[in-house]
Design a protein. Sequence first.
Length: 113
Amino acid sequence: RTAEATAAAEARHDALSSDMQKAHQRAIEHMAATQEASLKAREQQHVALMAAQAEAHKQQQEVAIKLATASSEALAQQRDDSLTSAKRLHASEVAQHKELADKLAAQREKQFA
């Protein structure tokens, strides 16, 4: 009877030990799967972050190009406006000189007439 009890106890022990090993193996597999999923998620997050940074950099470059273009166009317009203004001023001065020359010529004609 003692041998039967011992055998039964050993069988229970072996069953418990086997169950514990299986549970331990499942826990290890679960941790490995969780770690793998975590690493994959981290890699995807890194890829997404790099893509977002690349897009932000591209947009910054586009803005810089637009600003530079706008500045160049504004400078060109300023130059054209200045040139137009200078031409008008020159034409006005030429007209004033011509008017003055005509008046002086008229005065001389009166003096010598």
